[in-house]
Design a binder for this molecule. Sequence first.
Ligand SMILES: Nc1ncnc2c1ncn2[C@@H]1O[C@H](COP(=O)(O)OP(=O)(O)OP(=O)(O)O)[C@@H](O)[C@H]1O
Length: 209
Amino acid sequence: MLRVNKLSKSFGDKKVLDQISFEVEKGDIAIITGPSGVGKTTLIRCLSSLETYDSGTIDISERRSEKEHPVGLVFQSFNLFPHLSSLENITFPLIKAKGMNKEDAKKKALELMESLGLTGLEGSYPFQLSGGQKQRVAIARALAMDPEYLCFDEPTSALDSKLRDSVGEILREIAKKGTGVIVITHDREFAEKYSTKLYALGSELERVE
Ligand SMILES: Nc1ncnc2c1ncn2[C@@H]1O[C@H](COP(=O)(O)OP(=O)(O)OP(=O)(O)O)[C@@H](O)[C@H]1O
């Protein structure tokens, strides 16, 4: 379980997160909605160790290992390396950050690409991919790191309704395999359809269902 307890964060005088508490279990799809500027991105950046916080705790019980970053993040703008092919975007962190050998990294990346319907696009560069394809490469890259929990920043913002549902199905597949999924979105309809736990972030975080 990932347990966030009384997490607070300010930027200068501006308090962005004020004693936020919630829990996510592996297999959950926890979706957090809320108006612009309320701190959603800040919250998932704290969860994925990209941002420090001032007080409170983020605990992960039953961790598989003591690796440094058990919580991954799929960025809203995907943050793919523009000079690397799809395949290399996925293998690069495996080789550089995980120390995996090239052959094993390639095997793992190809399996993930196949599971996400990306076969045939191994040699394509980000500028040659559609928004949905870039997103799936970013998801494959994040999943390759075997996160115990995976956060998504506005995963439906650039997509039409058919692709929104395909992202929802991907989230369900990821959760079914035992990864805890945490999503922030403005898309209330998507949130209601795909969440197993739905929250609204305002001055407090409230459980909606
Ligand atoms: N690095 C930073 N330095 C200073 N202020 C920041 C920083 N990052 C975020 N903020 C401020 O914190 C507040 C919350 O930002 P955040 O991006 O977390 O909100 P959000 O709910 O994700 O908004 P949106 O839905 O528009 O993306 C905003 O007022 C923002 O300007």
